[in-house]
Design a protein. Structure first.
Length: 181
């Protein structure tokens, strides 16, 4: 059996912890099982994002493919300041998160952190950031998933060979994805 290292082990451990019957597939119920205590924790939206073939379960391959698209997305490359702009810009985030702005800002979330709170463990939106509205949590997860697929306000995925320079708005202060408030 192959040994895993670092984040790969962590991702596999997390997957195995959710796969209650150890069949190599995580069902909607298994995915939600870890966050049952958080009613409306946006787990359905996160699961739908992961279940790309919509067959009712997530495989490691699906999770890994989505994670790869996430890392190639413009969203994953946002700085802390750009994440705050993205979270508060109506075209990107069609819900008012102003009452949570202080807590979100204090968390120093960069684009990479959005995988953890939006896809891997959406219950953190309530537990860590106090976002009590299930509708707002679902909207955040849906916005993250749209960005992963290149359908959000930031646009299409970045060509891995081009780097950040192709992202409008980075370094120029013109707003997230070249958008201004």
């Amino acid at each position: 059996e192959e040994a895993c290292v670092g984040q790969e082990c962590s991702a596999d451990f997390d997957f195995l912890m959710r796969d209650d019957n150890q069949d190599g597939r995580v069902t909607r119920e298994e995915f939600a099982g870890q966050t049952k205590h958080v009613h409306g924790g946006a787990t359905d939206e996160a699961f739908a994002c992961l279940d790309t073939d919509m067959n009712g379960y997530v495989t490691r391959e699906e999770r890994d493919a989505l994670k790869k698209r996430f890392f190639m997305s413009r969203l994953s490359r946002l700085s802390e300041e750009e994440v705050m702009e993205w979270l508060t810009y109506q075209k990107c985030m069609p819900t008012d998160l102003s009452r949570y702005k202080k807590r979100l800002k204090e968390a120093h979330l960069n684009g990479l952190a959005l995988w953890e709170v939006g896809v891997k463990n959406p219950s953190l939106l309530k537990e860590e950031f106090g976002i009590v509205s299930p509708l707002q949590r679902r909207t955040i997860v849906q916005a993250i998933c749209r960005e992963i697929e290149g359908l959000g306000c930031l646009g299409t995925v970045i060509d891995a060979g081009k780097g950040d320079s192709s992202m409008p708005g980075v370094g120029g202060g013109s707003g997230v994805g070249g958008l201004t408030h």
